[in-house]
Write a protein that binds this ligand. Structure first.
Ligand code: CO
Length: 175
């Protein structure tokens, strides 16, 4: 089921999400709904707080390039579901153009660690550890920030942030 996505500057985006303690049917429904919601909006990642649930979980699904049709696809089985993720190590830095379903239409270059090591649980409560130094590492850092009540535009320079706020306020008024 597609859920409604919270849009900046909704105050709920500032909440620090709480740890997941039960890996039950409610959690599974939430994860399934988040996938439907992310797909419907053509996103690559979504944190639970973006659908109004302040729990420490996120999903990421980096589109595959379908060579034959020249289209992108995100099969459900490729979805990385991370419950209670903790970034254990960060190395290097890299700039990447980021966007966010809670700030639709805005894309900005953001600097983050290039390489990370993350520990997390899957939907059945099994612990996993992964390392990445590519787009996935960037996506995880973006989504983990949401769990701590942060959005990517907070990482912009003072002047760029000011410009963004002005343009965003104007856009919100028009809608
Ligand atoms: Co986001």
């Amino acid at each position: 089921m597609i859920r409604e996505i919270i849009v900046y500057p909704d105050k709920r985006l500032k909440l620090v999400s709480k740890e997941v303690t039960s890996f039950d049917a409610t959690l599974h429904t939430l994860l399934d709904d988040m996938y439907d919601t992310m797909r419907a909006k053509n996103g690559v990642g979504l944190a639970a707080i973006q659908v109004g649930v302040a729990k420490r979980l996120l999903i990421i699904n980096i589109p595959l390039e379908e060579e034959e049709e020249g289209e992108y696809d995100q099969p459900k089985e490729n979805t990385l579901e991370m419950i209670n993720p903790v970034i254990l190590e960060k190395k290097g830095c890299e700039k990447f153009q980021e966007g966010c379903l809670s700030i639709p239409g805005v894309y900005e270059e953001i600097e983050r660690a290039k390489e990370i090591k993350v520990e997390y649980f899957d939907r059945n409560g099994k612990k996993h550890m992964i390392e990445d130094d590519d787009f996935l590492a960037i996506a995880i850092q973006h989504e983990v920030d949401h769990l701590d009540g942060k959005v990517f535009i907070e990482k912009l320079s003072f002047l760029k942030r000011k410009k963004f706020e002005k343009e965003w306020a104007k856009k919100m008024k028009e809608n």
